[in-house]
Write a protein that binds this ligand. Structure first.
Ligand SMILES: Nc1ncnc2c1ncn2[C@@H]1O[C@H](COP(=O)(O)OP(=O)(O)OP(=O)(O)O)[C@@H](O)[C@H]1O
Length: 360
């Protein structure tokens, strides 16, 4: 459907801060709003929700939430949105069941598009329905908050750093549920984060904010590999590739995945489902370059690639953007090696990939 698109042109002026954004986002999947502290991520999300009175226009999959030109401005409760905050704000005196049904009572039956039982199953909270919030872990509380937001069958789910109050272990526990939601629910999600690992894993689209403005927006895989953006700087630079599981060998624990640039092999102690589509992360620091096909190497993955561009990274390092098939990768190598190998745009090379991780 060609009206599955979200557009938001928003301007808001504060004493020390101006938000001025023009967002054109896919009307499905997870879009991340990413940027440093104070760049306006929360302000942008709250403006889309109608919790801040920005000037402009907001359209979500054919529904007009705000259009100043025609004096249209829907209050938050009429925008058909779910909002998940950093900390789950559940009613302490109500059970999980009653917390989730609280919002549902006010949702007309005709708008209840999400089957509640399915939702509870997806989020793994069927067993928790009788419990009070105080008896839940942080991760469980956040899953209940997500279920409550989705139970009202919103047209869009807005999530403001929903994992940032959780420790690494709890975060790892909640992430697979977000993957499942994405795979099973057809509701666009706008996800505020300043954690690049979360964004790389979850988001298909990425908006990079700087000082209240959009620095760039586009497909996550493309944005991560752009050398003109700060995402590709330093030790944390990473690329993502969507690939299909071809085979798993139980004896060696090696899985083989195919993408349109070739095959990648990685050790997966839990066998992934053959035929499933998975997202892989390849960190720039784990990729090295050779001018000849490498031989007799312990490294599992070697692929032909073409250099797209090169730039200086942190002192002593160069960042190289590469293409293999239509996939984009980054290699962080020493500046010394970049000079020795005379790395140039359009140059054919062989890449060795030391480590590949399954992200979902
Ligand atoms: N209620 C407010 N009144 C005045 N200024 C505010 C208010 N809320 C936020 N600001 C300011 O607006 C700017 C954007 O804040 P915002 O919370 O949107 O940023 P952010 O990118 O979400 O930051 P963080 O990652 O730290 O949550 C900041 O300069 C902040 O100090």
């Amino acid at each position: 459907m060609n009206d599955r698109v979200i557009s938001a042109r928003l301007q808001l002026q504060r004493a020390d801060f101006v938000l001025d954004v023009d967002l054109q986002l896919p009307g499905q999947g997870i879009t991340a709003l990413f940027g440093p502290s104070g760049c306006g991520k929360t302000t942008c999300l709250r403006s889309i929700a109608g919790l801040e009175r920005a000037q402009g226009q907001v359209r979500v999959n054919g529904h007009v939430w705000q259009d100043d030109a025609s004096r249209c401005w829907l209050p938050t409760h009429r925008r058909g949105l779910g909002y998940v905050f950093q900390e789950a704000s559940l009613f302490p005196h109500l059970s999980v069941h009653d917390n989730i049904h609280y919002g549902l009572r006010r949702t007309p039956v005709a708008r209840q598009r999400v089957a509640l039982e399915h939702l509870l199953e997806l989020l793994g909270i069927t067993q928790l329905l009788g419990r009070k919030p105080a008896t839940l872990s942080g991760g469980e509380r956040q899953r209940v908050a997500i279920a409550r937001a989705l139970a009202t069958s919103p047209q869009m789910l807005l999530m403001d750093e929903p994992l940032s109050a959780l420790d690494a272990e709890r975060k790892a526990e909640v992430l697979p549920y977000l993957d499942r939601l994405q795979a099973h629910l057809d509701i666009p999600v706008l996800y505020v984060s300043h954690a690049l690992d979360e964004v790389a894993r979850l988001a298909s689209h990425l908006v990079l904010l700087r000082a209240g403005r959009v620095l760039a927006q586009g497909a996550t895989a493309t944005m991560l590999s752009r050398l003109d953006l700060p995402l590709s700087q330093g030790d944390t630079a990473t690329a993502v590739i969507d690939a299909r599981v071809l085979a798993h060998d139980a004896a060696t624990h090696l899985s083989t995945l195919a993408f349109d640039g070739g095959h990648l092999r990685l050790i997966t102690p839990q066998p992934p489902v053959v035929g499933s589509q998975r997202r892989l992360r390849i960190q720039a620091r784990d990729v090295s370059l050779c001018l000849q096909p490498p031989q007799h190497s312990s490294i599992l993955n070697s692929l032909p690639a073409t250099v797209q561009s090169v730039r200086a990274d942190s002192p002593g390092y160069a960042m190289v953007a590469l293409r293999t098939g239509s996939a984009k990768l980054l290699a962080r190598i020493s500046q010394h090696s970049a000079q020795q190998l005379n790395i140039q745009p359009q140059q054919p090379v062989f890449i060795q990939v030391k480590s590949v991780a399954l992200l979902d």
